[in-house]
Design a protein around this ligand. Sequence first.
Ligand code: ATP
Ligand code: MG
Ligand code: FE
Length: 337
Amino acid sequence: MLVLGIETSCDETGLALYDSETGLRAHVLHSQVAVHAEYGGVVPELASRDHVRKTLPLLRQVLDEAGARPGAVDGVAYTAGPGLIGALLVGASIGRSLAWAWGVPAVAVHHMEGHLLAPMLEPDPPAFPFVALLVSGGHTQLVRVDGVGHYRILGESLDDAAGEAFDKTAKLLGLGYPGGPAVAREAERGDPERFRFPRPMTDRPGLDFSFSGLKTFALNTLQEVGADARSRADISRAFQDAVVDTLAIKCRRALQETGLQRLVIAGGVGANTALRERLAVIAAEAGGRVYYPRPLFCTDNGAMIAYAGSVRLAAGQHEPLAIEARARWPMESLAAL
Ligand code: ATP
Ligand code: MG
Ligand code: FE
């Protein structure tokens, strides 16, 4: 079964063709970084308009790259939430309409399920059950995963997501948008001994997170010592060390509490090298190992949506003709396969 995936929930337009027999056939991605950079963050209306401009040209491109005709597509999967409602509606409208025109089923995909299943696109995918750390721009969640749709949230951020904290810290350090990669680059040159930031909520039981205090810590430190290049790197290092350490402590706890050995990391912050290295050690200590998508598939992409859609279509799930998108959509409410 050849499935077209369409992702437009935020500031990336991603399309892909996934074949349930042979794997990923092609994927294309357009990032809106240049559209939003001058505003220091994503402007929702500009995001919607850019998805309108880019989705159909990218559809032609992904079909070309796969050497496939539209008639070869057996189903269409589109991100229906959570995300920016206007941006979601672009992909949902185009995806639902294409499926209608082509006479094939359409399936609405949950963006975080897409992230969660992205490691399944790699050569050595994890078996169920596992613990997943979803760390992205809008979410920080630890999830017990017993199968597709069998999700139990073990803990989540009570305020900022880890990616959001990276982005806000980058902004106050003058590192621009998107912030995660910029802070990570600075942190590499930073001195790990100069500042020590707190590890929020690690001194009490539970698996919830709180990251909003770390950016305040970064701001106070910046005001104290000044924004010279050295200090910016050292603050980035202290910030990243605190985030990585906090995530690692909670992942270790989640593995202990569930008795599971496999740890999956997904979402944009999962592209962070320091985090990947640290969590590999944590999973090994638990007698297991860590699984993650290739860095390109940690952030938003069409391939993860095509994959998640193909699994749900294969299980017989599909949507009526109505076009629906949801800005909020609890992952635990998804149908279990
Ligand atoms: P959500 O998936 O929750 O809806 P989103 O789609 O905006 O949010 P993603 O595209 O998964 O989020 O990830 C983007 C986030 O990942 C941004 O916050 C970005 O700063 C962060 N990020 C990307 N690369 C890195 C990195 N190397 N280190 C740290 N953070 C990173
Ligand atoms: Mg993005
Ligand atoms: Fe995302």
